[in-house]
Design a protein around this ligand. Structure first.
Ligand code: CUA
Length: 336
């Protein structure tokens, strides 16, 4: 009994020490969404549960090693112990209820993070190798960065043009896969940003060569700043087709794979490509003129430049209007 009280006291002390250490060690990134609040309460609980279970096992183990070690001159066998049914039933029933309780609490928090607000801002999120695109249907905006007003729920409608990607902003905590397969496979994710700031979308599903580079900027703005951004996006379309083309190439994510300074990212750089002869996979070559550029945007697999993977999807061109494609071609022509 004396040993039980001693070891039990040690368990309490070590639990408090480790629990305080874990919950103060800033293991989590900034908390920047309403959904993150309920999730972080669970994290906090788990830190303490981990501290208690670790102490329970390690304290009893070390206590036994030290206090019940073999002393000098002791040569006999230790006391023989048969099983203890009461203890066995207890350590089966207690964890069973603990796990059931956590499952119940977890599903309650999950439902909480999915609760819909009536004024939610709808945004389409399109993932493709290896870029994110954000479309605001109500506002008529296409953007390569996700801009959100603070304290208003955003419902992100996620889809993929090719393989499975996963939308994750660590500061928002919640995460959802973007699946290929059209309208039926669209999945939604609700986020209510609670803190003005700059964050990053990370792709959290291994999706090929540039997976680790598949990031996008997230900006959470005050309501006034957000409204100003919307108006700026709607009214700031340049008159010059070259500048327009540059804007579309950024908004639609072309720039994620095609550099304009000669460096090779995924696809051929656009610098100086117009008017050049490009060697093709099959050993022939092609003159890069307007017709070839158009074909390569609309039907990217038709002629693959030697040394580059055939990864671009024709669905990208479907998201663009004919005028936007013409602008992008003008922009490529300007990059000498
Ligand atoms: Cu997309 Cu990883």
């Amino acid at each position: 009994m004396k040993h039980l009280i001693a070891a039990g006291t040690l368990v309490v002390v070590v639990t408090i020490a480790i629990g305080l250490l874990l919950s103060n060690a800033t293991l989590l990134p900034d908390q920047a969404s309403v959904q993150a609040q309920a999730i972080d309460v669970q994290f906090e609980f788990h830190f303490w549960a981990i501290a208690f279970l670790f102490s329970l096992i390690v304290v009893f183990m070390l206590y036994s090693v030290v206090v019940f070690r073999r002393r000098k001159g002791e040569t006999g066998d230790g006391e023989h112990i048969e099983g203890n049914t009461t203890v066995e039933i207890t350590w089966t029933i207690l964890p069973l209820f603990a796990v059931m309780g956590l499952a119940f609490w977890g599903s309650d928090v999950l439902a909480e993070t999915q609760r819909a607000a009536t004024d939610a801002l709808e945004i389409r999120v399109i993932g493709q190798q290896w870029v994110w695109r954000f479309e605001y249907p109500e506002e008529g905006i296409v953007s390569s960065e996700l801009v959100l007003p603070v304290n208003r729920q955003a419902v992100l409608m996620l889809e993929s043009q090719d393989v499975i990607h996963s939308f994750w902003v660590p500061e928002f905590r919640v995460k959802q896969d973007a699946l290929p397969g059209g309208v039926e496979m669209i999945r939604d994710l609700r986020v209510t940003p609670s803190k003005v700031g700059a964050y990053k979308v990370l792709c959290a599903e291994l999706c090929g060569q540039q997976h680790s580079e598949m990031r996008a900027d997230v900006r959470v703005l005050s309501v006034e700043e957000y409204e100003a951004w919307v108006i700026e996006q709607q009214t700031s379309i340049p008159d010059d087709p070259v500048l327009r083309g540059q804007k579309w190439a950024t908004d639609f994510g072309c720039a994620a794979c095609h550099s304009v300074d000669g460096t090779v990212v995924v696809g051929p750089s656009w610098k100086g490509i117009f008017g050049s002869q490009e060697p093709l996979e099959d050993g022939s070559s092609v003159l890069v003129d307007e017709a070839y550029l158009l074909e390569s945007i609309v039907n990217p697999a038709a002629k693959i430049v030697a040394g580059f993977p055939n990864v671009m999807q024709p669905s990208l061109a479907e998201a663009l209007t004919d005028e936007q494609i013409a602008d992008i071609i003008e922009y490529i022509k300007s990059l000498e």
